[in-house]
Write a protein that binds this ligand. Structure first.
Ligand code: ASP
Length: 328
C-alpha cells in the first residue's frame, strides 16, 4: 500500500461542467465527483485527497481566488502531500499556473489541468488530462520545475504556456519553447529546464491593486489609455510586433511610465520584446528609453500577473525591472 498522496483541488471549469436546464454547460461537479467518476484513478499507486475550493468558470476567477488557492497549495505541501493537482477552467489556466509558480516555492510538483470538452461530451478529454496530471504530480522528474500545466499528454511550464485555440483539445502550446515533457503510455517523460526561481509573497494586497492590460492596435490614438489609464497602479502594454506603439501614443505612454510602472510586452503571441533594433518614435528602443520596463519572454497576461504581485508588495521600479529581467 502506497504512502504517497496527491491533493486534488477543484476550481471549476469545463472539466467540472454539465448541461444546465437553462441552456449551456455550467460548473456542477466538485472535486470528489470528478475523482469518483474516474474509477481507473484507483489503479494509481497513490492516495488522492480532494478539496473543492471554487466551482467557477475561470473567466470569473480573481486574485482573491488565486491567493486562497496559493495558500491551500502551500498548506497541502506543508501537510505532507507529495504533489498537488488543480482542476481549473482553461480560459485563465495560464494566469493561475504562473501565479502559483511565483508564490509556491516548494520543489514538489504542482500541476494544473482542465478540459476542452465537458464530461458528457463525446470524446471528453478531462479524464485523460486528470490521469496524466496525477501521474506528473507523482513523477520525481517533475520536481523543481515549478508549476506545470498538463493537457493532451503534454507537460508545459507555467511561464511559457498559452491557450491558443478556442475549442481544440490541442489548444495548449508553449510558443517558441515547446512543452517540457510528454506523458507516454501514462509515463511522464520530462526533459524541461528548472523554473526561474523567483518567489514572491502571496500578499493579500494583491487584491487591492489594479494592473491594467492595454492591447495596442493599428491606428490606435490612445483614447482607451488616456481615459482609463489613471485608474491603475501599473500597466502592461501589449505592443505591436517587437514592442511598438504608434508614434502618436508615445507621449501618453511616457506620461504613464513617469507615474506608475509600465511594462512593455507584445501582442504577437510568441518571442521576446526587442531592446535595440528599431529606432523610430514608438519603437522598443524609444519606449524603453522613456522608462517602460521590458517584459522578457513573458506574454501580456503573465506580465500582468507578475506586475500585480510586485505592485502589491510596494516594489519600486528597480525591483520590478530586476524581476522581469529574470524572464529574459
Ligand atoms: N470557459 C471555461 C473556463 O475557463 C473553459 C474551460 O474550462 O475549458 O472555465
Amino acid at each position: 500500500m502506497t504512502s504517497r498522496r496527491v491533493a486534488v483541488i477543484g476550481m471549476g471549469g469545463t472539466i467540472a461542467m454539465a448541461p444546465s436546464a437553462s441552456g449551456g454547460i455550467v460548473p456542477s461537479l466538485d472535486a470528489d465527483d470528478l475523482v469518483a467518476s474516474m474509477p481507473w484513478l484507483a489503479n494509481l499507486d497513490a492516495k488522492l485527497t480532494t478539496t473543492t475550493l471554487r466551482s467557477l468558470p475561470s473567466p470569473s476567477l480573481g486574485f482573491a481566488d488565486l491567493l486562497a488557492l496559493s495558500d491551500l497549495v502551500r498548506a497541502e505541501l506543508a501537510g505532507g502531500a507529495d504533489g498537488v493537482v488543480i482542476t481549473h477552467g482553461t480560459d485563465t489556466i495560464e494566469e493561475t499556473a504562473f501565479f502559483l509558480d511565483l508564490t509556491v516555492p516548494d520543489d514538489a510538483p504542482v500541476v494544473v489541468t482542465g478540459a476542452m470538452r465537458h464530461p458528457e461530451a463525446a470524446g471528453a478529454d478531462g479524464p485523460a488530462n486528470l490521469y496524466a496530471a496525477i501521474g506528473v504530480a507523482l513523477a520525481p522528474a517533475a520536481r523543481g520545475l515549478g508549476t506545470l500545466v498538463v493537457m493532451s499528454d503534454e507537460v508545459h511550464g507555467a511561464r511559457f504556456v498559452r491557450k491558443s485555440h478556442t475549442s481544440s483539445t490541442g489548444a495548449f502550446v508553449s510558443p517558441g519553447f515547446g512543452p517540457l515533457g510528454l506523458v507516454v503510455e501514462g509515463d511522464p517523460r520530462i526533459r524541461g529546464a528548472a523554473r526561474v526561481g523567483l518567489t514572491l509573497p502571496a500578499d493579500p494586497r494583491v487584491t487591492e491593486r489594479r494592473v491594467g492590460l492595454v492591447t495596442v492596435a493599428l491606428g490606435d490614438d490612445g483614447t482607451l489609455l488616456r481615459r482609463a489609464g489613471g485608474a491603475f497602479d501599473g500597466l502592461v502594454i501589449a505592443g505591436l510586433g517587437a514592442g511598438h506603439v504608434p508614434a502618436g501614443m508615445v507621449a501618453l505612454v511616457a506620461e504613464h511610465a513617469a507615474r506608475i510602472p509600465v511594462v512593455l510586452s507584445t501582442r504577437t503571441g510568441a518571442g521576446s520584446v526587442l531592446r535595440q533594433t528599431y529606432g523610430y518614435p514608438g519603437s522598443e528602443r524609444d519606449l524603453l528609453e522613456r522608462g517602460l520596463i521590458h517584459s522578457g519572454f513573458l506574454d501580456p497576461a503573465k506580465a500582468r500577473v507578475l506586475l500585480q504581485l510586485l505592485v502589491a508588495t510596494g516594489a519600486g521600479k528597480q525591483r520590478i525591472t530586476e524581476a522581469f529581467d529574470r524572464f529574459r
